[in-house]
Design a binder for this molecule. Structure first.
Ligand code: SF4
Ligand code: SF4
Length: 85
């Protein structure tokens, strides 16, 4: 089974929209792990660099998050926090 799936599922009604997703963009090294592991379309790359010179990830569609915590677990730089609203 592939760890990363490029196809994103539509958000699930009743589960999505109940989560706060926060990225520490100044610490992000733009590895893309969160974008790839997330099952729904939440993340996107910024078009301007952070202090480290990377184009960091940001939370574009928090309302799609289903709280699976995969991004929180996979980020190698501990940039992401996910919590129930
Ligand atoms: S917890 Fe992270 S990986 Fe899971 S749906 Fe929300 S943003 Fe995507
Ligand atoms: S996994 Fe962490 S370091 Fe990698 S792009 Fe996402 S927020 Fe940035």
């Amino acid at each position: 089974m592939a760890l990363f799936k490029t196809e994103k599922k539509p958000p699930r009604a009743g589960i999505a929209g109940k989560w706060d997703v926060v990225i520490g963009e100044d610490m992000c090294k733009a590895c893309g792990f969160c974008l790839n592991v997330c099952p729904v379309p939440v993340f996107e790359y910024r078009t301007v660099p952070n202090k480290l010179g990377w184009f960091p990830m940001y939370v574009k569609h928090e309302e799609h998050c289903i709280g699976c915590m995969l991004c929180y677990q996979i980020c190698p730089d501990f940039c992401i926090d996910v919590a129930a609203k």
